[in-house]
Ligand binder design. Structure first.
Ligand code: FCB
Length: 440
């Protein structure tokens, strides 16, 4: 496959703190909602947690060398809030700052541009005890945290992602209880959506006022949500579309919630909120893996809507997620039609999970990942050719890691991590493929 992308196209890879760092009890870090969620029986398929993860906390040099050797010029990672502010707010933990400061230095020394996600789901548990995302005070907590991080790193870091996938935090974490903090119900769902939307609007303004040159965005899921075969109409599909896409993009781009959700959000919306949420971010991060099928279910679902069955004939990865690059193309062009092309998009995550393992020679030949990436990157190229304003693409993930409630079996990495053998790293075939593909 030839790389016909513009010369200044941004190629990178992504990770997140809780999924790779480990060292959860070291150097003054306090517990996050994910530590606590993992401790509760039945929440994680294989009973695992991020206690060790990829042990990245102790292997920064090795991991930066792996990035460099793949010619990766942009690396997206997240900061663990409970490492920086173990009490959520207040006293700063210098050892937490030091860890990220060293990581940033190492990246820059190797000509790798850092892209920092301020929040990739690991809220300090002490703030969860005060209501977490359901408490509007989180606007102030988040602001304090974001200023501590940007004060410490901002003179070396230019690219900021405020939140990662608020849809997942709200739907899986606060509506259905499948992710931390394990809350359920429509009220928790609605409060967490609105407060995350407010945080994005407020933090964009505050950080931009701090440094107008910073490139500041936030990352969102962007997914197709067809109705499954059991549905008589598209009611469930319209709600799924709100849960994954429109409850975030409509307020951000148009300053309003989708009409079918407006009454539900009313109790949480105060004067001036929608004006604050409507924001011209510098870029919108979009992340795509799969299409989510919807069905009516008034018992298990939220607003009568739950996951449906995908058609049997769709090819899937090892964890059952559809391989449908045409749906990715459709999401991108649909986004353009709904919201226009004024704000550039950066694909801040895309990738696939297989149960990769080394062969007898120790080689991890993940040909299926290479073909997945080729087809999805082609979809990005088609979308650009058809007028969608896309500036970059980041593979999820740089290395295999802790895949939240799915544990360690799904392997998303370009680099294989041998969890039974001291987290030994082995670059997979896709690592070399990506290196050659992005070479300028
Ligand atoms: C996304 C998450 C990321 C990773 C991928 C597979 O929803 O942002 O942390 O788990 O899915």
């Amino acid at each position: 496959m030839n790389n016909n992308f513009p010369k200044d196209f941004i190629w990178g890879t992504s990770t997140a703190a809780y999924q790779i760092e480990g060292a959860v009890n070291e150097d003054g870090r306090s517990k996050s909602v994910w530590d606590v969620f993992c401790e509760q029986d039945g929440n994680i398929i294989d009973g695992s947690s991020g206690i060790v993860a990829c042990d990245h906390y102790h292997r920064v040099d090795e991991d930066v060398a792996l990035l460099k050797n793949a010619g990766i010029k942009n690396y997206r990672f997240s900061i663990s809030w409970p490492r920086i502010l173990p009490n959520g707010i207040g006293k700063v933990n210098p050892k937490g700052i030091k860890f990220y400061s060293n990581l940033v230095d190492k990246l820059l020394e190797n000509n790798i541009t850092p892209w920092i996600t301020l929040y990739h789901w690991d809220l300090p548990q002490c703030l969860q005890q005060k209501g977490g995302w359901c408490n509007r005070e989180i606007l102030d907590w988040f602001s304090e945290y974001a200023h501590v991080v940007t004060d410490a790193l901002g003179y070396r870091v230019n690219n900021w992602i405020i939140l990662n996938e608020p849809s997942v935090v709200s739907f899986l974490g606060h509506g259905l209880g499948f992710h931390a903090p394990g809350l359920k119900g429509e009220d928790n769902y609605l409060a967490s959506v609105h407060h995350q939307n407010l945080v994005i609007g407020r933090m964009y303004r505050e950080l931009k006022a701090k440094n107008a040159n910073w490139n500041i965005g936030s990352s969102y899921t962007l997914l197709d949500n067809p109705a499954d075969a059991s549905c008589k109409d598209n009611r469930a599909s319209a709600y799924m579309d709100c849960f994954w896409n429109r409850n975030f993009f409509d307020p951000l781009m148009k300053g309003e919630y989708p009409s079918i959700m407006q009454d539900a959000f009313k109790p949480w919306v105060q004067d001036g909120d929608m004006e604050l949420i409507k924001t011209d971010l510098d870029f919108v991060g979009v992340q795509h893996y799969n299409s989510i099928y919807a069905k009516d279910d008034f018992e298990k679902g939220l607003f009568g809507t739950f996951f449906g069955e995908k058609p049997k004939d769709i090819p899937t990865t090892d964890i059952g997620w559809g391989i449908m690059p045409q749906d990715f193309y459709h999401c991108l062009s649909d986004f353009n039609q709904r919201y226009g092309d004024k704000i550039p998009l950066v694909i801040t995550e895309n990738g696939c999970a297989y149960y990769d393992k080394p062969d007898d020679n120790g080689k991890v030949d993940d040909a299926r990942r290479i073909s997945f990436l080729e087809s999805y990157i082609s979809a990005v190229s088609d979308a650009i050719n058809d007028g969608v304003n896309i500036k970059g693409y980041f593979v999820w993930s740089f290395m295999d890691n802790f895949e939240w409630s799915e544990g360690y079996a799904p392997r998303f990495g370009l680099v294989y991590v041998d969890y039974d053998n001291d987290c030994k790293r082995t670059p997979k075939s896709s690592y070399y493929w990506y290196r050659d593909f992005i070479k300028v």
